[in-house]
Ligand binder design. Structure first.
Ligand SMILES: NC(=O)c1ccc[n+]([C@@H]2O[C@H](COP(=O)([O-])OP(=O)(O)OC[C@H]3O[C@@H](n4cnc5c(N)ncnc54)[C@H](OP(=O)(O)O)[C@@H]3O)[C@@H](O)[C@H]2O)c1
Length: 259
């Protein structure tokens, strides 16, 4: 699916310096989009500008810093400021403890990044997305729907993203703007390293033997959604690796009451 006839269309991908966001930026460029890729790591953005050429423009800011986000967007040249597709991908999980041992500071960072950061840039870009009958793809997670141990706050932020996506779609009814919640299961990225502070050995142990999704698998889904004809809206899309399902649920014959 290409960007469409006429001039290349413009996508803004947050969290473009790694994982799903980087794969999405690369794929969209390959499919004829001009991509503004955002993230905090300037060196990675510069490397992507070198690799992807003129079709990629790095934009460094912290998504949780509303002023920095506005200043960065204001620096875009006119042809890149006319954004047709917003991929709200920047996000993270922090901590591996159950809620009763969790860190309020970690929870705050997840809320500020996954919820407030996403809201701020969405609100900022909505007028131009409406003007251009554009599209928004939000990265939620299977944890928006399916509870799992130690995932409470992260899952809560992703449930927010999913529900906000659906309600946004209602408000945008009649504008032509398409809105989608993508909800992946396990994807092998830096996500676990960021979440747990694990080193490469920890990363390998976590993903080892799972045959997880690759970032490119999710990027394909995002590019597919973005390239659909203007009358088609994918509302939600849950994607898991074959190795992951609900089969892990077990009935505790001891009653689960902690006796
Ligand atoms: N991996 C999975 O299994 C999985 C499953 C479902 C959903 N997801 C979601 O997919 C999205 C991408 O995750 P990933 O797995 O690709 O993780 P990743 O490899 O760790 O990439 C995360 C990206 O988010 C950016 N980011 C994080 N905090 C930021 C901040 N404060 N300001 C700006 N950018 C920030 C990072 O850029 P900088 O560090 O350069 O700022 C990086 O580019 C997340 O929303 C995640 O919740 C992941």
């Amino acid at each position: 699916m290409n960007a469409g006839p006429g001039a290349p269309r413009v996508a803004l991908v947050t969290g473009a310096t790694a994982g799903i966001g980087r794969a999405t930026a690369q794929l969209l460029v390959a499919r004829g989009w001009r991509v503004v890729g955002a993230g905090r790591r300037v060196d990675r953005l510069a490397a992507m500008e070198r690799d992807l050429g003129e079709a990629f423009h790095g934009l460094a800011f912290d998504i949780a810093d509303e002023t920095a986000m506005r200043v960065a967007l204001a620096s875009l040249p006119a042809e890149l400021a006319a954004i047709d597709l917003l991929v709200n991908n920047a996000g993270l999980g922090l901590g591996t403890q159950p809620a009763q041992d969790g860190s309020l500071a970690d929870w705050r960072v997840m809320v500020e990044t996954n919820i407030l950061g996403l809201l701020a840039i969405t609100r900022e870009l909505l007028p131009r997305l409406i003007e251009r009958r554009g599209a928004i793809v939000n990265l939620s997670s299977v944890h928006a729907t399916w509870p799992a141990p130690t995932n409470g706050v992260y899952g809560g932020t992703k449930a927010f993203v999913r529900q906000f996506t659906l309600d946004l779609r209602v408000d945008l009814h009649g504008t032509g703007v398409r809105v989608t919640s993508i909800e992946p299961g396990l994807v092998e990225t830096d996500f676990y390293r960021v979440r747990s502070g694990a080193d490469q050995a920890g990363h390998d142990a976590y993903y080892g033997g799972t045959d997880p999704l690759r970032p490119g698998d999710v990027a394909e889904a995002i590019a597919w959604v973005a390239g659909l004809p203007p009358h088609v809206n994918v509302d939600t899309l849950e994607i898991m690796p074959v190795s992951q399902s609900w089969a892990g649920y077990r009935l505790d014959r001891g009653g689960g009451g902690g006796r």
